[in-house]
Design a protein around this ligand. Structure first.
Ligand SMILES: NC(=O)c1ccc[n+]([C@@H]2O[C@H](COP(=O)([O-])OP(=O)(O)OC[C@H]3O[C@@H](n4cnc5c(N)ncnc54)[C@H](OP(=O)(O)O)[C@@H]3O)[C@@H](O)[C@H]2O)c1
Length: 320
């Protein structure tokens, strides 16, 4: 099969399209033919090996996992002998921070996949796993949001943020989104009740009070969380210095602030996939690249100005 492979740390140019062996199918795995995949900031962090401390898990001198890519949507072509819950031919979506999705086929535990209707496109579903689950778990698992609460979403226009606005609204929250002025109408169109354009209003001086503050962008200080929120969830990353300073302050404060890393599981992903099928949330795709342009797609999202998601589609001429 064809796959994008990295053998050293570096920019998108280190990704090479190569012919590699089909991944092994384990007892609890699904072998999925990938039709679409999506780009996440984690892809370029892992590609560049930055921040450096992440290399203690991803490989100190060179990456342990050769094929990058987390999000995928495709069709099950084989299933492990212990599986009863999926069938060959099912359309499935999944996500894995262990990589492997920038390939024609991926073999993954069924426990990180969910089935979806054939009416929904692979591109729409591929955009869902990492960004959608991060938003979902930030709001429901860690944020413990309750019906009718007010939620501030700082960084409401990107992959995670645009899902967070829609999921929060679907669960009955009153939502204020923070984004650049150029994305204000976009964030309103997602259902936000109010938008704060950070380029005309300084969020670090904002005096609103919210039940829950989600920092998707990762630039809020501990004082910002304290001033604006009753509970906080820290999702994004700007600089090591900023993250350490926020977490250091958290360690000596009673303010309920949680930082977490998304976990992919069938139950949460199935809930999200069903919400898409029922029209309760709609993945917004800014740009679709072909799979041969995966390095360009990763380069594109590194600017951290994505509106919604960027998706890459495996084309038949490449697969052929
Ligand atoms: N904790 C986890 O498990 C987890 C999981 C997924 C992602 N993340 C992290 O979450 C962050 C967002 O990920 P993503 O996938 O949503 O990224 P993305 O799709 O690249 O979106 C980035 C967004 O940031 C916005 N932005 C840039 N500067 C901003 C500012 N000063 N204030 C508010 N918004 C700003 C941009 O909107 P404008 O153009 O309007 O500024 C853009 O839409 C990243 O740091 C990522 O690494 C964490």
């Amino acid at each position: 099969m064809k796959a994008f492979v990295k053998t050293k740390y570096g920019g998108p140019e280190v990704l090479q399209l190569e012919e590699v062996e089909l991944p092994t199918l384990k007892d609890d795995h699904l072998l999925v033919k990938v039709y679409a995949t999506a780009a996440n900031p984690a892809d370029w962090h892992l590609l560049r090996g930055k921040p450096f401390f992440a290399r203690f898990t991803s490989g100190l001198f060179k990456p342990k996992e050769k094929i990058p890519g987390a999000d995928f949507a495709g069709i099950v072509v084989a299933k492990g002998s212990s599986l009863t819950s999926f069938e060959v031919g099912d359309h499935v979506v999944g996500g894995t921070l262990l990589g492997g999705a920038f390939a024609e086929f991926i073999s993954v535990p069924a426990s990180i996949c969910a089935r979806f209707s054939k009416e929904i496109s692979f591109e729409q579903m591929a955009s869902l796993p990492i960004a959608g689950l991060t938003a979902f778990q930030a709001l429901l698992t860690h944020g413990k949001r309750k019906q009718g609460e007010t939620v501030l979403i700082n960084g409401a226009a990107g992959g995670v943020g645009h899902f967070a606005v829609q999921i929060a609204k679907a669960y009955g929250a009153i939502v204020t989104g923070v984004c650049s002025g150029r994305n204000a109408d976009f964030v309103k169109s997602l259902g936000a009740d109010k938008v704060i354009p950070y380029d005309t209003e300084n969020i670090h001086l904002h005096n609103g009070k919210y039940d829950l503050v989600l920092d998707v962008n990762g630039n809020l200080t501990h004082e910002d969380f304290n001033r604006m929120g009753r509970r906080g969830v820290l999702i994004g990353f700007t600089t090591m210095k900023h993250m350490f300073s926020t977490l250091f302050r958290k360690a000596f404060s009673k303010f309920p602030l949680i930082q977490f890393t998304v976990t992919v599981n069938t139950a949460d992903l199935q809930t999200l996939a069903t919400m898409v099928e029922e029209g309760k949330i709609k993945p917004q795709i800014e740009k679709i690249f072909s799979s041969s342009e995966i390095p360009e797609a990763i380069g594109y999202i590194e600017a951290m100005r994505t509106r919604g998601k960027v998706v890459m589609k495996w084309l038949d001429d490449l697969i052929g």
